[in-house]
Design a binder for this molecule. Structure first.
Ligand code: AMP
Length: 209
């Protein structure tokens, strides 16, 4: 069992690349952001705790996140490893993860801050299948998503106000993890400010190395 971590700022394209890696490797995507949004929608205790942090662009406390991951990793589809998207985001989360499952590759998708704001503010997805689109860079076809269940969905925290706090949290709390994983020899960086297919190709070079 071995897992992969997709690392990078909000809006770097982790979700888009995760879909492609999932198709090719069969590893399930484990996105703590998606899990928290589901918990908020379902009104669970975790959701109630997380909501305020998420709305203001702050990180949800480590204990809440680590408990979610401990449960998720026990699901049958995780038996051969998973692909983490948006986790870990702090050193304590990475330390906890090291106790939970081995990680073979941490792939950082690097995008400059000034590109993040425009990316996040135009982002939407298909509620039917989760495919991610963008008003300017990757608009959905006129007749909707190819999954046939097209319904436009925009995240409550994908707005200019919140994106600055999310970037702040990334630089202060998450980017120190790069050195932590670099020291373990499993950190790889790809330039995420290019065409989606080019980034995917680079990620597969890393995964096959
Ligand atoms: P994301 O979908 O990954 O952009 O996450 C959306 C929001 O969920 C973040 O801004 C945080 O408030 C929260 N969140 C997601 N993953 C984590 C995590 N690993 N640690 C702390 N907070 C998280």
């Amino acid at each position: 069992m071995s897992s992969i971590v997709l690392f990078g700022p909000p809006g770097a394209g982790k979700g888009t690349q995760a879909e492609r890696i999932m198709e090719a490797t069969g590893l399930p995507q484990v996105s703590t952001g998606d899990m928290l949004r589901a918990a908020v929608k379902a009104g669970t205790e975790t959701g109630l705790t997380a909501k305020g942090y998420m709305e203001s662009g702050q990180l949800v406390p480590d204990g809440v996140i680590i408990d979610l991951i401990k449960d998720r990793i026990l699901e049958p589809d995780a038996k051969n490893g998973v692909m983490f998207d948006g986790f870990p985001r702090t050193i304590p989360q990475a330390e906890a993860l090291a106790e939970i499952t081995p990680v073979t590759h941490v792939i950082a998708i690097e995008v400059p801050d000034e590109r993040i704001v425009e990316r996040i503010c135009g982002r939407y997805s298909c509620a039917g299948c989760g495919s991610v689109y963008h008003d300017t860079f990757n608009p959905v076809n006129a007749d909707g998503c190819s999954c046939g269940q097209w319904e436009e969905k925009r995240r409550a925290d994908d707005n200019e106000e919140t994106v600055h706090s999310r970037l702040g949290a990334y630089h202060e709390q998450t980017s120190p993890l790069a050195d932590w994983y670099r020291s373990k020899g499993i950190f790889h960086s790809v330039n995420g400010d290019r065409a989606i297919d080019t980034i995917t190709a680079d990620i597969f070079v890393v995964l096959n190395s």
